[in-house]
Design a protein around this ligand. Structure first.
Ligand SMILES: [Zn+2]
Length: 148
């Protein structure tokens, strides 16, 4: 069976041998590079440890062992922040928090040499205006090994 990979830019499934994403045109990897998905829990945990230095205070991150993904949730600090403002403006704060997280992850990706791809969003809007829980798939960017 032909396997498929996800585009790191838009997250859609693309053919394994695609060099460019057919949806958004993203160059999928350099000539001699490839994205290798990390699903080893120990490896994911060490990535979470590194990530702590980059993560905005209003977010927390841990490994979802069952999904083999990074799980991002609003932290205690984030909850206090959200509760300290009126409910009607929490949606705005939520967008700000999401933007800050994405910004931090970009820096992390660049410095650590991994690619984080949003995989699943759980709209756990149990509290009005709070950011949802996000799941990210992690890819290591590695040199393509020569076959044969
Ligand atoms: Zn794409």
């Amino acid at each position: 069976m032909a396997t498929s990979k996800s585009c790191p830019a838009c997250g859609r499934k693309v053919p394994e041998d695609a060099r460019f994403c057919p949806y958004c045109g993203y160059k999928l990897c350099l000539e001699d590079e490839e994205f290798v998905v990390i699903e080893d829990v120990k490896e994911l945990e060490s990535i979470v440890k590194e990530l702590q230095n980059y993560l905005p205070a209003e977010w927390s991150c841990k490994v979802d062992k069952k999904r083999k993904r990074l799980k991002f949730e609003i932290s205690l600090t984030g909850s206090f922040l959200a509760f300290s403002i009126p409910q009607r403006v929490r949606g705005f704060l939520s967008l700000e928090m999401l933007a800050r997280l994405e910004e931090a992850l970009k820096v992390f990706e660049h410095e650590v040499g991994v690619k984080l791809v949003k995989d699943e969003i759980t709209p756990s809007w149990t509290i009005v205006g709070f950011p949802p829980t996000l799941y990210y798939k992690v890819y290591r960017i590695s040199k393509r090994s020569k076959e044969n």
